[in-house]
Every structure is written in structure tokens, then in C-alpha cells.
Design a protein around this ligand. Structure first.
Ligand code: ATP
Length: 304
């Protein structure tokens, strides 16, 4: 469990993070979203003991990172994949880390295999690694101590499409085995594909924190009928606001059940009925982080 409570961090007069509170329960992947400079890295750095909070707390399993005995056995951290020593090979980098953590040497080969760097890649100097390879090595280092918690800042950065799919499977599997994942990313579709929960931060403040489905349900429902006009009348009759979407569909401002019932009551057969995800997360992100009028006002209170 990761718990952030009333966390504030200033850099001089710059307020990087302001009264941030959220938690990440075991068995879930939490996507941490926000525009550049929103405060994601600062929050993660404080959580991992790399920066001091000005006030508030950030704990893992109830303890500050620095108070965890052999922290790497509890928390795998990837904050800056470029931080590895360029002159060492991937295998040497992990072997050193394994010594520090006190994990068996065999574990190095296991994680190299797991991240797709086994074979010749493991013997290359990190300075000659591509960005995606450095990222994989950083993930291997995070996994080395077999932790229950992962804190990953932009782990998909530089990964190719296969790598991104691999990462998705890795994180889902980790959470399915009861692990806790906090993951920041600018790749909204990727986050949407893998996260169970979302925390959105803007200008240092949490603007939404809730289950992904709950958040996206607030972005409405895409509904389409052969007879669009009849569908429009059915929604109006049910008091459901709607606006035109792509391909003659309508975007209705409520959940799929209410829309489906309204159409059924009016005897309008539907061709499509689904939560407005995909563009939904982008729209939600834009609304929440640009200070617009949120389409999902109740989410402001839905803090976890
Ligand atoms: N060491 C520092 N000294 C001064 N200001 C800092 C420092 N680190 C971060 N900041 C400031 O704190 C704010 C939050 O930065 P942070 O890196 O946490 O944002 P972020 O959400 O991770 O952004 P990005 O998506 O661009 O990585 C920014 O205004 C940034 O300039």
C-alpha cells in the first residue's frame, strides 16, 4: 500500500506539490497523470526518499522509504532510466545491485530474461544502450529485489510498440499477484489500458483520484441507432443531455444503463452502446488539467 497524505513540497518560492493525498491499494495499478510540471516526479521522489517533504507524509506499507529495512526488497523504483553508469554492462549493473540488495546472483539472469535483455544485450555497455534498452534495464533493476511495490516514472518512455505491450502485461501480472503499482505516464491510452485507478494532478494539486471506470463513466456514453432522430427524441424524453459524436453517434451525458433503458422505453433499436473511453480519457484529462468546467464534478470529491 502506498499512502500519500497532505504532501506539500516547495522549492524556494515554487510550490511543486500542494496538499496532495491519495493511496494505491495492493493488487492495483494506479496511473498518475498530469501535464508537464504538474508535480508527478516530485511526489514520486518524495515517496522514494529522494526529496524531503516540506510537510505531509508519503509512506509505503506504513513506513517512509528511508525507514524500510533494505528498501529495494520492498519497493522497486524507476525514476530516471538515464541514471545508470554508462561504462558498465547491463549484467554488471544488475550484479552490483544484487550484491547491495543481498539477492542471489541467479536473480540477475532471471530479470534480464524477464525484461528481454538476456543474451548479447546483457554484455553491452549501458552507454551503448538505446533509450528503450535503458528503460528495460531500469525495470529489471526495479524488479531485482522481488518487491511488492513498484514506483515507475514514465516507464514506457522509449519502448517500441512490442515493448509497450510487454510492459502492460508485466504490470498487470504484478498487480494480479497482489502487488502495488504507481505509474506515471503521458501515454493516456497506455495508462487507460493498464490502470485500475487514476490520480490526476495539475499545478501541484490532485484534481481527481478514483477508480478508472468510475472516472471514465463520468465522461458519458457513446450511443448510435439507425434512426438517430428517434434516439435523440428518446434521450430528450428521458432528460438525458446528448451531443453529436462521430459517425452519426451521440455522446450522452450519463452511463450506458440509463441510455439503454431510455432507448428501450422508446422502442429505438441500438447499433452501438459503450462507455466513452479512449477519447474519453483525453477529454477528461484536458478538462481536469486545464481548469475547465469538469464534465464530472462529483469526481472532485471522489478522492481515494
Ligand atoms: N529540484 C527542483 N528545483 C526547483 N524546482 C523544481 C525542482 N524539481 C521540480 N521543480 C518544479 O516543481 C514543479 C513540478 O515538477 P515535477 O518534475 O514534479 O513535474 P512533473 O509532473 O513530473 O512534470 P513532467 O511531466 O514534465 O515530468 C515544476 O514547476 C518544476 O519546475
Amino acid at each position: 500500500m502506498i499512502t500519500i497524505e497532505h504532501l506539500t513540497r516547495r522549492y524556494g518560492s515554487q510550490l511543486a506539490v500542494s496538499d496532495v493525498s491519495f493511496s494505491c491499494p495492493p493488487g492495483t495499478v494506479t496511473g498518475f497523470l498530469g501535464p508537464n510540471g504538474a508535480g508527478k516526479s516530485t511526489t514520486m521522489r518524495v515517496l522514494c526518499g529522494l526529496a524531503e517533504p516540506t510537510s505531509g507524509t508519503a509512506t509505503i506499507a506504513g513506513r517512509r522509504y528511508r525507514d524500510l529495512p533494505n528498501a529495494g526488497r520492498h519497493v522497486g523504483v524507476l525514476l530516471d532510466a538515464g541514471a545508470q553508469h554508462a561504462g558498465r554492462t547491463g549484467r554488471e549493473t544488475l550484479a552490483l545491485a544484487a550484491m547491495v540488495l543481498g539477492v542471489p546472483r541467479k536473480r540477475v539472469d532471471d530479470v534480464l530474461e524477464q525484461v528481454g535483455l538476456a543474451g548479447p544485450a546483457a554484455g553491452k555497455r549501458v552507454g551503448n544502450y538505446s533509450l528503450g534498452m535503458r528503460q528495460r534495464l531500469g525495470i529489471a533493476a526495479a524488479l531485482l529485489g522481488d518487491p511488492q511495490v513498484l514506483v515507475l516514472d514514465e516507464p514506457a518512455n522509449g519502448l517500441d510498440p512490442d515493448g509497450i505491450r510487454w510492459m502492460r502485461g508485466l504490470l498487470s501480472g504484478f498487480a494480479d499477484r497482489g502487488g502495488t503499482v504507481l505509474l506515471s505516464s503521458h501515454l493516456l491510452h497506455e495508462v487507460e489500458a493498464v490502470a485500475d485507478r487514476l490520480v490526476v494532478i495539475a499545478a501541484g494539486r490532485v484534481v481527481a483520484a478514483a477508480g478508472k471506470d468510475e472516472l471514465l463513466a463520468g465522461t458519458g456514453t457513446v450511443v448510435r441507432a439507425r434512426d438517430g432522430a428517434a434516439l435523440g427524441r428518446a434521450l430528450v424524453a428521458a432528460g438525458i443531455a446528448a451531443e453529436p459524436a462521430d459517425d452519426g453517434a451521440l455522446l450522452a451525458g450519463t452511463d450506458a444503463e440509463a441510455v439503454g433503458l431510455a432507448a428501450a422505453r422508446a422502442g429505438v433499436p441500438l447499433l452501438e452502446l459503450r462507455a466513452a473511453s479512449g477519447a474519453g480519457l483525453e477529454e477528461l484529462f484536458r478538462t481536469l488539467t486545464q481548469g475547465g468546467d469538469p464534465a464530472v464534478p462529483h469526481l472532485q470529491e471522489a478522492r481515494a
